[in-house]
Design a protein around this ligand. Sequence first.
Ligand SMILES: Nc1ncnc2c1ncn2[C@@H]1O[C@H](COP(=O)(O)OP(=O)(O)OP(=O)(O)O)[C@@H](O)[C@H]1O
Length: 715
Amino acid sequence: MAAGVTTRTNSLKRKAATQENLGADQQPPRKLAAIAEADTNQPLRPSKTAPNSTNNTNGAGAGPSKLGRGPPPLTKPRAPTLATSTSTNAVRRTTRATSAPPKTAPVRPPARPMSRTTWVARPGASTVNDERFDSIQQQIAKIEAARAADAARLDAELAQERAKRSDLQASHEALSRELTNAKTQEIAQRQELFIASDELNSLRQRHEREISEMQADLRRKDRELRELNEDLRMCQADLERERDTVKSLKATIAQQATAQLSLTAQLGALQAEKAAVQAEFDRTCGSKADLALQLERAQKRIADLEREAREGESVRRKLHNMVQELKGNIRVFVRVRPVLRSDILSTTFNLSAGSAGSITDGTGSPDPEEEARMREEAMAQMAFPDKMDHREIVLKSSSESATGQERKDEWQFTFDRVFEPHSTQAEVFEEISQLAQSCTDGYNVCVFAYGQTGSGKSFTMEGGSSDATAGMIPRAVEQVFRVADELKSKGWQYKMEGQFLEIYNETINDLLGKGEFDKKKHEIKHDPKTGRTTVTDVNVVPLASATQVRTLLALAQGRRTVAATLMNERSSRSHSVFTLRIRGENALTGESCEGSLNLVDLAGSERLEKSGAAGDRDRLKETQNINKSLSALGDVIAALGEKGEGKGDKHIPYRNSKLTYLLQNSLSGNSKTLMFLNLSPLATHLHESLCSLRFATKVNNTTIGTARKQTKHTA
Ligand SMILES: Nc1ncnc2c1ncn2[C@@H]1O[C@H](COP(=O)(O)OP(=O)(O)OP(=O)(O)O)[C@@H](O)[C@H]1O
């Protein structure tokens, strides 16, 4: 739009310039030209071109009215009337009839009259013609007179018109000047307008620029405001934290002030003490000779104390072993294992197939409440009333007599220690650790686990693979190594070796050997002089560390004969005997000792009908051999008991089984023996548990004599 305005403005400017260049005199309006033409005797006609010409000159849409201040339009000049009288009209008609109406009206000289000789050529008609000629002449004269009058009048009118024309010309010039002035003014105004419009545009642009700058500024300010708000919020949080810190610091300062006061008091006391000590120090450091004497005395005292410590250790060990011996040579520990998930499963299957639905094979996750209820149901009625010394176990049963009356039975047993189902391997070992330790003092120690299949004998003796579930064998060996290490400072050096045997169907197998089982004949030999028992052709492995023993146990486990029975899917149908032999020498005291630790995992003690072996010849033979060796063990213990009661010549039937013969030196009065009685907690095994408890009571009541240490003095 601005471009349109500019274009129009430019054309106006051009026009104004052109008119200026031409000047008012050089280019008169066309209307004036028409008037000028009339000067050449043309009749005056109204000129319509003048206004149009003006309009055209002003251009389309740019007429004076549009400019607003142009001169008023020129009035149309009225054409002068040629004649008003009738005669004049008649003359004009006549004139027109004789000649074409002139565009211009020149005053022609009067037409020359025809010569009379022309008319006289015909003598007959000459009178008529003369008359006619005269009348024509008269008419002509009249016409010429009229014409002369017209010419005079026209001249007058022309003069008037000329006067008018000059008036008009004057007024036109005035108007032209006015127009020029108006145009000049208009151009000036237009220039002003252009300048103003340019200014307006530049102002608008500047304004827009300023607005966009202000908007950007506003946005920046907004962002800054947001950032400031965030800063403010963080500052407030910081301030809050700082206030808390200040509060806690004030509390700390208060505490510190209190502490400082007490410290100042303590400092005063310490300074006083220091002064006293300084005085004492000054007194005691009187002379160098005194100090040297004191040092010598102190060194002597240290040597005395070390000797006393060694003697004290010997006394402690003597006393310790005495205490162990006073406790009885065969001690019996009872351990009841917990109810296993597999127990519930088998019991539930026995009771009803449907109720086993919520118990899985141990890999699933049954309802814990349901499982606890089932455990409770499966468990035999057992009580452990002695909460102090843990020595009692009570078994109860209720049944219906033949007469239909309810019969309640209760059996109470007392042993050296009773372990409840929740007892851990560590708790159990704590009780036997001193016993295991005494083999480093030169004693023969025998620990065996007795109980029906699946009662937890192998778990107690060998245990699981983790540290928490490790059984008595690895723990005892670790303990022996630890004690041997501690005794190094007292001059003792130990050598250890181990063997692991299995007695299956009265045949000895080497669990650490490489050959096939039952192929080699192994014989048991006792040396009456040394009291040492050896087995021919078995691997005796020197032991350097406790971890090595775990490897041996794993090797033996793989070779051990395991046969499935109804009682336990991992049922061991053989006795296993792990023997750790230890020899120690003391270079300082000249003492030497030799002890052994036998850890025996006996085969299941259940009766024939319970084991489910009655229908299988091999199983039957196994069970018979197991029962034979276990009853031989009972006989040996009974005989030892009788011997201990004073029947000195009592024969001890060691040779009745390979087991008792192998353990002869560990069961005789020279050794310390401990029996673990492992019990199943299940109600279905109550009868078997009672048999085991009765056997263990017999063993517990047996006194087989005082254990003897196998030591020598070389010095
Ligand atoms: N105190 C206990 N805590 C947890 N589980 C035990 C415990 N005692 C035994 N068990 C588990 O009971 C099952 C039977 O135990 P174990 O094999 O030791 O019986 P066993 O008397 O040695 O049987 P066998 O005479 O056939 O060798 C095993 O799965 C064992 O892990």
